[in-house]
Design a binder for this molecule. Structure first.
Ligand code: ZN
Length: 184
C-alpha cells in the first residue's frame, strides 16, 4: 500500500492550514489516505502546544484529550486542565449565560433572535486563558450538551492498530460528577 504514502508532515500541515490550491486539495481527497495520516496530524498538533503530554485526540481547535501518567484528561492549548475526559469538560469551564432579551440582543438582532422564554445561549470559556471554547443554544433547564465522548481504546485498537497501554472503562461519568455536587 506504499502508493498511498505520498504525503509528508509538511504536506499535511499545509492542508490543515488551508495553504494548498483547491486542485491539490481535491487530489488529496480523491487519493487513498496515507496509513499514518492520523499520526502526522498529531505531530502537527503536538508541535503547536507548549506542553509535553501526548495528545490522544483533539476535541476542538483549543481542546485536546491528553495522556497523563495515570489518566486521560481534557487540556486546553494554554495548559489548563479540565479533568477526566469522560466528564463533560463544560462542567469545569467558566460559563456566561445569555438568558434575557437584553443579553441576547448583544449578539442577535431582529427576527433571528431566539425567544428567551425557551432558549438560552451559553458561552464556555477557559479559566486558564479566557478563550471562548464553545457556544451552545439550549432550552432552559437542559444540561450542557456533551458533544463528543470518543471510545479511545476501540479507536486506537481497531482503527489505528496500536492499542493504548491501559484500557479505561468507556462510560459517561458526567452524571456521577453532578451527583457528587448535588449530594454535598
Ligand atoms: Zn486555555
Amino acid at each position: 500500500m506504499a502508493e498511498y504514502d505520498i504525503y509528508d508532515v509538511e504536506d499535511i500541515r499545509k492542508l490543515v492550514d488551508g495553504e494548498l490550491p483547491w486542485t491539490t486539495v481535491q487530489q488529496m481527497m480523491k487519493n487513498g489516505k496515507d496509513r499514518d495520516r492520523f499520526d502526522k496530524w498529531l505531530v502537527i498538533l503536538q508541535g503547536r502546544v507548549p506542553w509535553k503530554e501526548k495528545i490522544l485526540l483533539p476535541l476542538t481547535p483549543a481542546l485536546f484529550i491528553v495522556q497523563k501518567p495515570k489518566e486521560r484528561v481534557v487540556k486546553c492549548r494554554c495548559g489548563h486542565e479540565f479533568g477526566d475526559y469522560r466528564v463533560n469538560w463544560k462542567l469545569s469551564a467558566l460559563i456566561y449565560v445569555r438568558d434575557s432579551d437584553e443579553k441576547i440582543s448583544e449578539v442577535y438582532r431582529g427576527h433571528e433572535k431566539p425567544d428567551t422564554e425557551w432558549i438560552q445561549l451559553r458561552e464556555y470559556y477557559c479559566p486558564g486563558c479566557g478563550s471562548q471554547l464553545e457556544v451552545e443554544a439550549m432550552p432552559r433547564g437542559c444540561p450542557p450538551d456533551f458533544e463528543f465522548l470518543p471510545d479511545l481504546d476501540t479507536f486506537y485498537r481497531e482503527w489505528i492498530g496500536r492499542p493504548l497501554p491501559e484500557t479505561v472503562e468507556f462510560v459517561d461519568r458526567t452524571p456521577e460528577r453532578i451527583k457528587e455536587w448535588t449530594s454535598r
